[in-house]
Design a binder for this molecule. Structure first.
Ligand code: NI
Length: 269
């Protein structure tokens, strides 16, 4: 974990500062005596070649990760790849998706181009891009609202930029709350709202992966027009099952993730 730990520490620090709800969730699990291990960490981007999945993946490839899977999310118009660490099985999987902007309106495409044009060139070439958040300046609330009509994903990315969209607790590594049913009940009884779009638990043991997530808490964000409360990031929980060869499933399920993506959707909160 020598090369990877500093990356995750930096991403985690930003994530819990941005998401008080995720920090509280983490804290109550630790208080229960659980060891919180990350199943995966997810990023969002646009498919502009200057900032696409392959660009964001570079720091992870340099730290010993390799590409392991590819996914298409028809409904959300996304393409994604996941990466695994070559030698450390406890290192979290990295999941990076990109919005296929050509499938959206000209006006959305224009906004994305304006945003990417504003990212400093030195940053585009730096490994710091994955931590850089929004480097294109104060967002406009009216643009956020306009993007949201077409794609909540685009609107979230326009405001928050490059940072972990979510961390995911490995339920396999928990002792007391070692099923999603038990964990979800525990979290709800502590007042954490769960995303129930498509049911609280997405996937099944037959699909070798079950996932659930909190609904993103709202945080005050500064826009050009003033401060508005909008959803931040969510916290996810994943339980993996062994395949017929007894090997733990390492992939992702497009249909489940389509619903999980809605965890930052205003309309669900
Ligand atoms: Ni995820």
């Amino acid at each position: 974990m020598d090369k990877t730990q500093p990356i995750f520490d930096r991403l985690w620090q930003d994530y819990i500062e941005q998401n008080p709800q995720a920090r509280k969730t983490y804290d109550i699990l630790v208080k229960e005596g659980e060891v919180v291990q990350n199943d995966h960490i997810a990023f969002r981007t646009f498919d502009d070649p200057r900032i696409n999945v392959d660009v964001l993946a570079q720091p992870f490839l340099n730290a010993g990760y390799h590409k392991s899977g590819e996914y298409i999310f028809e409904e959300k118009k996304l393409f994604a790849k996941h990466f695994e660490h070559g030698s450390d099985p406890t290192a979290p999987r990295i999941f990076i998706s990109q919005l296929q902007i050509a499938k959206f309106s000209q006006s959305l495409q224009n906004i994305v181009k304006l945003v990417v044009d504003k990212i400093p060139v030195a940053l585009l070439e730096s490994e710091d891009l994955i931590y850089s958040g929004n480097s294109w300046g104060l967002p406009e609330f009216k643009v956020y609202e306009q993007l949201k009509v077409e794609s909540e994903y685009a609107a979230w990315l326009y405001v928050y930029g490059f940072r972990a969209n979510h961390f995911t607790v490995s339920v396999n590594a928990l002792k007391k709350y070692n099923t999603l049913e038990k964990l979800n009940e525990f979290l709800k009884s502590n007042g954490f709202p769960m995303n129930d779009s498509g049911g609280e638990i997405k996937g099944s043991p037959e699909q070798l992966l079950e996932q659930s997530s909190t609904r993103a808490g709202k945080v005050p964000v500064m826009f050009k027009e003033g401060v508005y409360e909008i959803p931040a990031c969510y916290y996810e929980f994943a339980r993996r099952y062994p395949d017929k060869d007894g090997k733990l499933y390492n992939g992702f399920i497009a249909k489940s993730a389509d619903k999980i993506f809605e965890s930052t959707d205003n309309r669900n909160s």
